[in-house]
Write a protein that binds this ligand. Structure first.
Ligand code: MV4
Length: 449
């Protein structure tokens, strides 16, 4: 057999901190990198740090970071072996993955067919049920007529939640409290879904009040091996935007961790998942866990898992795409200590989180023992208004959760940034919140603050 020698050059189809994260992994693996950038990103750090850079178009994402033909052209002129999509943009677009492969560029992610299956949330839920993973009671498939919707809602009992099959991330959901509202909300949800996602398919579930959001990081290779790297607690969010993530979850004990891990592994095995991925669960007040959806990409919050397991998830993801076997077995995975990530956004918490693009006139990034900062900003960098407002991820690690919170507080106090408003004051308020310190958190926490 002719052994595959691995990638020589990778194109990173993204920008910002995740582009840097991927470039760093490539450099350590001895792989050359190609950045792509839009007109307004010429001075961005990912352009500086990559070995080569190709301008692919104007600021508007649809003409640059979302333009499949422009990105494929960049792959061709730079002669890359593979494409890393990062998160957001085209990361979970099955057609993009397919076109990369059709043109001879390996897509660093799961097979296009698996991305497509995970993109349909009601289909993914059906896979979970068949794989023996607990799912929230409700319609097994997308509901098509009002009659069966009413029957299912009656059967599971109100309140129920209506979700768009191609929604995900909380968009297009409707909570319904009584039978007299069901028809109206089915119609609203379906037409909104049609407009937003191009499909009016919806499904119904029993509504769980203020659940916790807990997700399991998995790695699967192309030889059928799967490991799970423990869970992340992601309940601290506002309007479906995560603010803080941690590993491990303060509510998950060894027994529950094993159940969640086994469930995630069973699911991944059932769908033939080969790459880094995340299986999301909801946890109710009685610590019952239910499958929610799968993210077939590297996630923003992957660093907290890296910090408590010592596994470089992006490097593993690249090696997997090269066809290599996982570098670790389940018994090699140990969760050690506690890590917390705060997402620092260029937003003004006092002005309803309005985004605050503009020039960073002064910057001092904290450091010290147990501190990691993943960021693309620098002094005099101008944050463009066209993209998301994440400016830095601070990850603090301690032997205990308490130590990690203390360290994070110190780092947030030390962080100096001028010229733009950020969410740092909100993060400080959360780190000093008694309930947060006790680990008494759920998805309603920020709204109740
Ligand atoms: C739910 C739920 C309660 N019951 N499903 C929001 C994101 C989307 N992926 C699913 N979401 C929810 N689904 C049932 N049956 C509550 C939420 C939810 C939520 C979930 C995770 C993190 C934050 C959230 C905030 C509000 C609602």
């Amino acid at each position: 057999m002719g052994g595959f020698i691995g990638f020589k050059k990778i194109l990173i189809a993204n920008r910002g901190e995740i582009a840097l994260r991927i470039i760093r992994a490539c450099r350590e693996l001895g792989i050359e990198t190609v950045a792509i950038y839009s007109d307004v990103d010429e001075s961005s750090m990912h352009v500086v740090m990559a070995d080569e850079a190709v301008c692919i178009g104007p600021a508007s994402p649809k003409d640059s970071y979302l333009s499949i033909p422009r990105i494929i052209s960049a792959c061709e002129i730079s002669g890359v072996d593979a494409v890393h999509p990062g998160y957001g943009f085209l990361a979970e677009n099955p057609r993009f993955a397919e076109i990369c492969e059709e043109n001879g560029f390996k897509f660093i992610g799961p097979k296009p067919e698996v991305i497509r299956e995970m993109g349909n949330k009601s289909e993914a839920k059906e896979f979970a049920r068949k794989a023996g993973v607990p799912v929230i009671p409700g319609s097994n498939k997308a509901v098509t007529d009002i009659g069966s919707a009413e029957r299912i809602a009656e059967e599971i009992g109100y309140p129920v939640i209506i979700k768009a099959a191609f929604g995900g991330g909380g968009r297009g959901m409707k909570i319904v409290h009584s039978t007299r509202d069901i028809e109206k909300f089915i119609n609203i949800a379906s037409s909104e879904a049609e407009t937003a996602f191009g499909s009016g398919d919806i499904y119904i579930e029993k509504y769980i009040e203020n659940p916790r959001h807990i997700e399991v990081q998995i790695l699967g290779d192309e030889h059928g091996n799967i490991v799970w790297l423990g869970e992340r607690e992601c309940s601290i969010q506002r309007r479906h935007q995560k603010l803080i993530e941690e590993a491990p979850s303060p509510i998950v004990d060894e027994d529950l961790r094993k159940k969640l891990g086994d469930a995630a592994k069973r699911f991944a095995n059932y769908v033939g998942y080969a790459s880094a991925g995340t299986v999301e669960f909801l946890l109710n007040g009685d610590k019952n866990y239910y499958f929610m959806e799968v993210n077939s990409r590297i996630q923003v919050e992957h660093p907290v898992t890296e910090e408590v397991t010592g596994v470089d998830i992006v490097k593993e993801q690249i090696r997997i795409a090269e066809g290599e076997r996982l570098s670790l077995k389940q018994e090699d995975v140990r969760i050690e200590g506690s890590a917390i990530e705060c997402r620092i956004n260029a937003e003004d918490p006092d002005k309803n989180f309005m985004s605050t693009p503009g020039k960073i006139t002064a910057l001092y990034l904290p450091g010290g023992h147990g501190v990691r900062i993943d960021t693309n900003i620098y002094t005099d960098y101008v944050i463009p208004p066209h993209y998301d407002s994440l400016v830095a991820k601070i990850i603090a690690k301690g032997k205990t959760r308490k130590e990690a919170i203390t360290k994070m507080t110190r780092v947030l106090e030390e962080f100096m940034i001028e010229g733009i408003k950020t969410t740092i004051p909100l993060h400080l308020a959360i780190m000093r919140n008694e309930k947060f310190i006790k680990g008494e958190i759920d998805t309603g926490f920020v709204e109740r603050m």
